[in-house]
Design a binder for this molecule. Structure first.
Ligand code: PLP
Length: 454
């Protein structure tokens, strides 16, 4: 059992009744605006990870605050069994407009795990309603993260998250995430993309196609893989394989969706229409807990005809969250924030790439738009990882925080081993603010190299 961390030196606050993980207590945040957060002493920190890739339109946005205030004055909570709710109706229509044709049925929830959970349950109810009750297995990838509820955890490919809960959850089959950048097999990227996709076909056959319900993946990886983008050939091949075996394709867009990558959905970069989409994070953009499952009428109709979807959460689709979500979408459109994410993302990625010659422990820079990651290696030729005991992914976060920049990190990659950090500022970031981020990162990496002797 982990022992509780002692309060940081100089911290006179009484012990907190909150508990999360065994960590040092952080400073209290007192205010946030744009890409900045101020702590109680007045120190300003750049929110270079938009919280946990959530605050896509920045902090303190007046349009969203005003819309929330107006909705709060009208009605904060109206239950869907008693009344229709106009903001939820309008937000559902606005989301359907932004999704690929055919994906036009929206089911609201309050977070990413709930969105994934909803996809798994709708898929299963659809299979039962259409006489395919033998299908229940959901194949996913490792590493991956799909949420912390037991269903979402069963498809999450990371033992550290799931192991403590066995046998409460049903462990689902996993295939490797498409870490093509690590392969030294002499194949070109197109061939590697097809090879990784074919692992899905192999797994479906191994499991028995009549038992496989769905395949879930993040089109652009989040924290688990460090913004992993597969070769272009991967995406259409995965869609083809799912179609061939009658397996539903679920895109977990909790982190990659809502515009952060420069398109509304990550899968839009490859023109893929999945059967189900899980959205959250940037949908409420940190103003309200909000998520959604988006599906086609083809999936929803048989479930409704068979008696309805046996699922739901009390707070789902409440008018306050929906009004905030609508204002977030308006803000994205009004300032072309997806265009800005594409442009500023390209600039930031180029600046991160340019660090490589000075910091040879940077093995890879990847991602799309403002979902970007930097991976550390001990040798960029072999892409061998840094020794685990250096704890580089945690140290880089702490060193950056001391210098006034928040970044986000994990130690996972193919085979669940490797250090990376994500730089994902809000979609409002300017070129001048990217200069600020890069100046701090540069100094952070110098300190890391000194400290770990890299
Ligand atoms: N799916 C992905 C890809 C995520 O990144 C996350 C959270 O980080 C989740 C699901 C779970 O979302 P939440 O923490 O809102 O439940």
């Amino acid at each position: 059992m982990a022992t509780p961390a002692a309060p940081a030196a100089g911290d006179n606050r009484p012990p907190s009744h909150l508990f999360y993980q065994a960590r040092l207590r952080r400073p209290l945040a007192s205010r946030a605006e744009g890409i900045y957060i101020w702590d109680e002493t007045g120190r300003r920190v750049i929110d270079g990870s938009s919280g946990a890739m959530v605050v896509n339109i920045g902090h303190g946005n007046p349009r969203v605050l005003e819309a929330m205030k107006r909705q709060m004055e009208a009605a904060t909570f109206i239950y869907r069994l008693h009344f229709e709710n106009e903001p939820a109706e309008r937000l559902a229509a606005a989301l359907a407009d932004r999704c690929p044709a055919g994906l036009d049925r929206v089911f609201f929830v309050s977070g990413g795990s709930e969105a994934v959970e909803s996809c798994l349950k709708l898929a299963r109810q659809y299979a039962v309603a259409t006489g395919q009750g033998s299908r229940f297995k959901v194949i996913s990838r490792f590493p991956s993260y799909h949420g912390s509820t037991l269903g979402a955890l069963s498809v999450t490919g990371h033992a550290a998250f799931s192991a403590p809960f066995a046998p409460m959850m049903h462990e689902m089959p996993k295939i490797p995430a498409p870490t093509a950048y690590l392969d030294r097999d002499g194949l070109d990227m197109a061939a590697r993309g097809r090879r990784y996709a074919d692992m899905l076909e192999d797994e479906i056959r191994r499991q028995g196609p009549e038992t496989v319900l769905a395949f879930i993946m993040e089109p652009i990886g989040g924290a688990s893989t460090g913004a992993l983008v597969a070769p272009d050939t991967y995406y259409p091949r995965i869609r083809e394989i799912c179609d061939r075996y009658g397996v539903l394709l679920i895109h977990d867009e909790v982190m990659s969706g809502a515009g952060r990558t420069g398109r509304y959905l990550g899968g839009d970069h490859w023109g893929i229409t999945p059967d189900l989409v899980a959205l959250s994070k940037g949908l409420g953009a940190g103003y309200v807990p909000l998520g959604a499952m988006i599906a086609s009428e083809k999936l929803v109709r048989p479930v409704l005809d068979a008696g309805g979807f046996q699922h739901g959460f009390t707070y789902a689709g409440n008018p306050l969250a929906s009004a905030a979500g609508l204002a977030v979408l308006d803000e994205i459109d009004a300032h072309d924030l997806m265009g800005n994410a594409a442009r500023m993302g390209a600039l930031l990625k180029a600046r991160l790439e340019a660090l490589k010659p000075r910091f040879p422990f940077i093995g890879d820079v990847r991602g799309k738009g403002l979902l970007l990651a930097v991976e550390f290696v001990s040798d960029p030729e072999t892409m061998a990882t840094l020794p685990r005991e250096l704890n580089a992914h945690a140290r880089v976060v702490d060193l950056a925080f001391e210098r006034g920049l928040i970044i986000y990190s994990r130690r996972t990659r193919g085979g669940i081993d490797g250090d990376h950090f994500l730089v994902c500022p809000p979609m409002i970031v300017t070129a001048g603010e990217i200069d600020e981020i890069m100046a701090i990162l540069d100094d952070t990496l110098l300190a890391l190299a000194r400290e770990l002797n890299l």
